[in-house]
Design a protein around this ligand. Structure first.
Ligand code: GAR
Length: 193
Protein backbone atom coordinates (compact mmCIF):
# COMPACT_ATOMS: atom_id res chain seq x y z
CA UNK A 1 0.00 0.00 0.00
CA UNK A 2 1.23 3.52 -0.79
CA UNK A 3 2.01 5.31 2.47
CA UNK A 4 2.45 8.95 1.74
CA UNK A 5 4.30 10.68 4.60
CA UNK A 6 7.58 8.94 5.33
CA UNK A 7 6.56 5.51 6.47
CA UNK A 8 3.44 6.76 8.25
CA UNK A 9 -0.01 6.16 6.86
CA UNK A 10 -2.18 9.23 6.25
CA UNK A 11 -5.18 8.78 8.50
CA UNK A 12 -8.57 10.39 9.05
CA UNK A 13 -10.41 9.90 12.34
CA UNK A 14 -14.22 10.15 12.35
CA UNK A 15 -16.01 11.15 15.57
CA UNK A 16 -19.49 12.10 16.76
CA UNK A 17 -19.11 13.08 20.41
CA UNK A 18 -16.83 12.85 23.46
CA UNK A 19 -13.70 11.88 21.52
CA UNK A 20 -11.74 9.97 24.17
CA UNK A 21 -10.60 7.45 21.55
CA UNK A 22 -9.60 10.35 19.30
CA UNK A 23 -7.55 11.74 22.20
CA UNK A 24 -5.76 8.42 22.60
CA UNK A 25 -5.15 8.17 18.84
CA UNK A 26 -3.67 11.70 18.82
CA UNK A 27 -1.39 10.64 21.68
CA UNK A 28 -0.32 7.63 19.61
CA UNK A 29 0.05 9.84 16.50
CA UNK A 30 2.45 12.09 18.42
CA UNK A 31 4.81 9.23 19.27
CA UNK A 32 7.93 9.13 17.14
CA UNK A 33 7.41 5.47 16.24
CA UNK A 34 3.69 5.67 15.50
CA UNK A 35 2.54 4.22 12.21
CA UNK A 36 -0.09 6.89 11.51
CA UNK A 37 -0.20 10.55 10.60
CA UNK A 38 -3.62 11.97 11.46
CA UNK A 39 -4.26 14.56 8.76
CA UNK A 40 -7.97 15.05 9.16
CA UNK A 41 -10.62 14.80 11.86
CA UNK A 42 -14.17 14.43 10.60
CA UNK A 43 -17.29 14.96 12.69
CA UNK A 44 -20.95 14.72 11.84
CA UNK A 45 -21.66 16.98 14.80
CA UNK A 46 -20.33 20.54 15.07
CA UNK A 47 -20.62 20.51 18.87
CA UNK A 48 -18.79 17.21 19.38
CA UNK A 49 -16.60 17.60 22.46
CA UNK A 50 -13.86 15.67 20.68
CA UNK A 51 -13.32 18.60 18.31
CA UNK A 52 -11.51 20.33 21.20
CA UNK A 53 -8.70 17.76 20.91
CA UNK A 54 -8.50 18.44 17.19
CA UNK A 55 -8.14 22.18 17.80
CA UNK A 56 -5.50 21.66 20.50
CA UNK A 57 -3.46 19.44 18.22
CA UNK A 58 -3.93 21.75 15.22
CA UNK A 59 -5.16 18.91 13.02
CA UNK A 60 -7.55 19.97 10.24
CA UNK A 61 -11.22 19.31 10.91
CA UNK A 62 -14.21 18.91 8.64
CA UNK A 63 -17.82 18.83 9.81
CA UNK A 64 -20.62 17.45 7.68
CA UNK A 65 -23.96 16.73 9.27
CA UNK A 66 -25.08 13.65 7.28
CA UNK A 67 -28.64 15.07 6.95
CA UNK A 68 -28.20 14.38 3.27
CA UNK A 69 -26.08 11.25 3.56
CA UNK A 70 -25.25 10.93 -0.14
CA UNK A 71 -24.10 14.54 -0.37
CA UNK A 72 -22.11 14.33 2.89
CA UNK A 73 -20.38 11.15 1.72
CA UNK A 74 -19.66 12.62 -1.71
CA UNK A 75 -18.01 15.70 -0.15
CA UNK A 76 -16.18 13.52 2.34
CA UNK A 77 -14.70 11.34 -0.37
CA UNK A 78 -13.37 14.45 -2.10
CA UNK A 79 -11.76 15.64 1.17
CA UNK A 80 -10.23 12.22 1.81
CA UNK A 81 -8.78 12.00 -1.69
CA UNK A 82 -7.47 15.60 -1.60
CA UNK A 83 -5.70 14.84 1.68
CA UNK A 84 -4.34 11.51 0.37
CA UNK A 85 -5.98 9.58 3.21
CA UNK A 86 -5.16 5.86 3.19
CA UNK A 87 -6.81 4.78 6.45
CA UNK A 88 -10.01 5.79 8.22
CA UNK A 89 -10.46 5.14 11.94
CA UNK A 90 -14.01 5.44 13.22
CA UNK A 91 -13.81 6.47 16.86
CA UNK A 92 -17.28 6.79 18.34
CA UNK A 93 -18.67 7.75 14.94
CA UNK A 94 -22.38 7.07 15.22
CA UNK A 95 -23.40 7.19 11.54
CA UNK A 96 -23.47 4.15 9.30
CA UNK A 97 -21.39 4.58 6.15
CA UNK A 98 -22.99 3.31 2.95
CA UNK A 99 -21.69 0.31 1.00
CA UNK A 100 -21.10 2.74 -1.87
CA UNK A 101 -18.81 4.95 0.26
CA UNK A 102 -16.86 1.94 1.56
CA UNK A 103 -16.42 0.62 -1.99
CA UNK A 104 -15.37 3.99 -3.43
CA UNK A 105 -12.88 4.75 -0.63
CA UNK A 106 -11.10 1.47 -1.47
CA UNK A 107 -8.73 1.67 1.55
CA UNK A 108 -9.25 0.12 5.00
CA UNK A 109 -11.80 1.57 7.39
CA UNK A 110 -11.52 0.52 11.04
CA UNK A 111 -14.10 0.81 13.81
CA UNK A 112 -13.95 0.31 17.55
CA UNK A 113 -16.96 -1.14 19.34
CA UNK A 114 -17.29 -1.63 23.12
CA UNK A 115 -18.24 -5.33 23.08
CA UNK A 116 -16.71 -8.67 22.21
CA UNK A 117 -18.20 -8.82 18.71
CA UNK A 118 -20.11 -10.53 17.22
CA UNK A 119 -21.94 -10.25 20.56
CA UNK A 120 -23.79 -7.04 21.44
CA UNK A 121 -23.75 -5.08 18.21
CA UNK A 122 -25.51 -1.71 18.22
CA UNK A 123 -26.35 0.69 21.03
CA UNK A 124 -26.60 0.35 24.85
CA UNK A 125 -23.95 -2.35 24.83
CA UNK A 126 -22.94 -2.19 28.49
CA UNK A 127 -26.54 -2.10 29.73
CA UNK A 128 -27.35 -5.30 27.83
CA UNK A 129 -24.12 -7.00 28.92
CA UNK A 130 -24.84 -6.28 32.62
CA UNK A 131 -28.49 -7.33 32.27
CA UNK A 132 -27.40 -10.66 30.80
CA UNK A 133 -24.95 -11.21 33.66
CA UNK A 134 -22.02 -11.81 31.32
CA UNK A 135 -18.70 -12.74 32.94
CA UNK A 136 -16.59 -10.92 30.32
CA UNK A 137 -16.89 -8.01 27.93
CA UNK A 138 -14.37 -5.79 26.18
CA UNK A 139 -13.68 -3.83 23.02
CA UNK A 140 -13.26 -5.01 19.43
CA UNK A 141 -11.50 -3.29 16.55
CA UNK A 142 -12.78 -4.50 13.20
CA UNK A 143 -12.80 -3.66 9.53
CA UNK A 144 -15.95 -1.75 8.58
CA UNK A 145 -18.37 -3.47 6.25
CA UNK A 146 -21.75 -2.21 5.13
CA UNK A 147 -23.44 -4.10 8.01
CA UNK A 148 -23.52 -2.53 11.48
CA UNK A 149 -20.59 -3.49 13.76
CA UNK A 150 -19.62 -6.35 11.41
CA UNK A 151 -16.55 -7.04 9.27
CA UNK A 152 -13.28 -8.84 9.92
CA UNK A 153 -12.11 -8.65 13.53
CA UNK A 154 -8.57 -7.29 13.93
CA UNK A 155 -8.18 -7.38 17.72
CA UNK A 156 -10.22 -7.79 20.89
CA UNK A 157 -9.43 -7.35 24.56
CA UNK A 158 -11.30 -9.34 27.20
CA UNK A 159 -12.27 -7.43 30.33
CA UNK A 160 -13.51 -9.32 33.41
CA UNK A 161 -16.86 -8.25 34.82
CA UNK A 162 -16.94 -8.32 38.60
CA UNK A 163 -20.00 -8.84 40.81
CA UNK A 164 -20.22 -5.18 41.78
CA UNK A 165 -19.83 -3.84 38.23
CA UNK A 166 -22.66 -1.80 36.78
CA UNK A 167 -23.23 -0.12 33.42
CA UNK A 168 -21.08 2.90 34.40
CA UNK A 169 -18.15 1.01 35.91
CA UNK A 170 -18.11 -1.41 32.98
CA UNK A 171 -18.09 1.46 30.49
CA UNK A 172 -15.12 2.98 32.31
CA UNK A 173 -13.17 -0.30 32.30
CA UNK A 174 -13.93 -1.05 28.64
CA UNK A 175 -13.09 2.51 27.55
CA UNK A 176 -9.70 2.27 29.24
CA UNK A 177 -9.10 -0.97 27.31
CA UNK A 178 -10.27 0.72 24.07
CA UNK A 179 -7.63 3.41 24.37
CA UNK A 180 -4.86 0.80 24.49
CA UNK A 181 -6.40 -1.52 21.93
CA UNK A 182 -6.95 0.88 19.00
CA UNK A 183 -3.27 1.76 18.36
CA UNK A 184 -2.33 -1.93 18.71
CA UNK A 185 -5.01 -2.93 16.21
CA UNK A 186 -3.82 -0.29 13.73
CA UNK A 187 -0.28 -1.67 13.95
CA UNK A 188 -1.57 -5.22 13.48
CA UNK A 189 -3.59 -4.19 10.43
CA UNK A 190 -0.72 -2.31 8.82
CA UNK A 191 1.66 -5.24 9.20
CA UNK A 192 -0.85 -7.44 7.38
CA UNK A 193 -1.31 -5.09 4.38
C1 GAR B 1 -16.71 4.18 22.52
O1 GAR B 1 -17.01 3.37 23.63
C2 GAR B 1 -16.81 3.38 21.23
O2 GAR B 1 -16.39 2.06 21.36
C3 GAR B 1 -18.29 3.46 20.95
O3 GAR B 1 -18.63 4.77 21.28
C4 GAR B 1 -17.78 5.25 22.33
C5 GAR B 1 -17.20 6.55 21.89
O4 GAR B 1 -16.45 7.15 22.92
N1 GAR B 1 -18.59 3.12 19.58
C6 GAR B 1 -19.66 2.47 19.19
O5 GAR B 1 -20.53 2.11 19.97
C7 GAR B 1 -19.73 2.17 17.71
N2 GAR B 1 -20.74 1.21 17.43
P1 GAR B 1 -15.43 8.31 22.63
O6 GAR B 1 -16.17 9.36 21.78
O7 GAR B 1 -15.05 8.83 23.98
O8 GAR B 1 -14.28 7.73 21.88
Amino acid sequence: MEQSSGNKINTAVFISGRGSNLKSLIKYNNKKNSKILIKLIISNNSSAKGLIYAKKSKIKTYVTNFKNKNLSEKNLLKKLINNKINLICLAGFMKILTADFIKKFKKPILNIHPSLLPKYKGLNTHKRVIKNKEKFSGPTVHIVSSKLDSGKIILQKKVKILKYDNEKSLEKKVLKAEHKLYPKAIEKLLISL
